[in-house]
Design a protein around this ligand. Structure first.
Ligand SMILES: C[S@@+](CC[C@H](N)C(=O)[O-])C[C@H]1O[C@@H](n2cnc3c(N)ncnc32)[C@H](O)[C@@H]1O
Length: 268
């Protein structure tokens, strides 16, 4: 029994039964250990990170300029799309199945981008609710930020990405593997699947780990490479004796992953 679980479980139950994701986006400033989605605040660091990752990927990653790009899970506004196309041109399509479009927020983020890039345009930016809406081979780049950790069926998502990507197309995914109550990054791995699913999961945290994603990417046909990975072995060690058996038998170094950036390529 971990004593901190009393605080953790209380917060998780409050989160599951009292707060919707949209409420948290509004209240996130004071919700304990919660963080508002970066895309709602400022898209600039997200696009900067994708450009850095593209450079880190080396010659396997094409020049991002002028490309047709889809962003998985762009959130309630198209801010990253305005930032991306203002910097790199091309066309951007946001794929957002759950978050309702927020026109006021979108206008605010658009003005923020226009302030940095006076030529920013809405014309090259659009959004759809599902990858199903995109034609086979119609995009050259797929990106995401803090999304894969929320995807319930990653293999299905990767197979859809494979379909919409043109041959030679690439993906850049930034993933946050921590429990999103950031004070306790690995407490959620101490609960059985049944307790997590029925009592504690806020509804969008299926607990897939980096190696699960890498396996699914390979099964979908991608060449995948981890470009960046941060770990927190001390936080993992604090819960190691209490891990649910499904996690306890797994590779401890992989399990200690807090964030990672993955580059994937669909071979020609
Ligand atoms: C933590 S938010 C990140 C939003 C935005 N990318 C950002 O960085 O601010 C996770 C987003 O992933 C979306 N999402 C969850 N499952 C998804 C799926 N299967 N396909 C696409 N997006 C998904 C959610 O609706 C949500 O908008």
């Amino acid at each position: 029994m971990i004593w901190s679980n009393m605080e953790y479980v209380t917060l998780r139950i409050i989160r599951r039964f009292l707060f919707s994701g949209q409420m948290l986006d509004k209240l996130g400033g004071w919700m304990p250990y919660w963080r508002v989605n970066q895309g709602l605040l400022d898209p600039e660091p997200i696009v900067t990170a994708w450009q850095r990752l593209a450079r880190e990927a080396g010659p396997e990653c094409p020049d991002l300029r002028g490309k047709r790009v889809a962003e998985l899970g762009c959130g309630a506004a198209n801010g990253t799309g305005y930032e991306w196309t203002a910097r790199l041109g091309g066309r951007w399509i946001g794929v957002e199945p759950f978050a309702r479009f927020d026109a006021d927020l979108d206008e605010r983020v658009f003005q923020q981008v226009c302030w940095r890039f006076p030529g920013a345009s809405r014309m090259t930016v659009s959004r759809v609710a599902s990858l199903d809406a995109l034609e086979t081979g119609s995009v050259e780049v797929i990106v995401s930020n803090s999304v894969l950790e929320h995807v319930r069926d990653p293999l299905d998502a990767f197979r859809q990405c494979w379909r919409v990507l043109a041959p030679g197309g690439v993906m850049l995914h930034q993933v946050d593997y921590r429990d999103h109550f950031f004070k306790y990054p690995f407490h959620f791995l101490t609960f059985s699947q049944a307790i997590w699913d029925n009592l504690l999961d806020p509804g969008d945290l299926p607990r897939h780990r980096l190696d699960d994603h890498l396996d699914d990417l390979a099964r979908a046909g991608f060449d995948a490479r981890v470009l960046e990975r941060q770990t927190d072995p001390r936080a993992l060690a604090a819960v190691a004796p209490f891990l649910d058996p499904a996690f306890a038998r797994r590779d401890k170094d992989m399990l200690a992953t807090t964030t990672a950036a993955v580059f994937c390529r669909k071979p020609l």
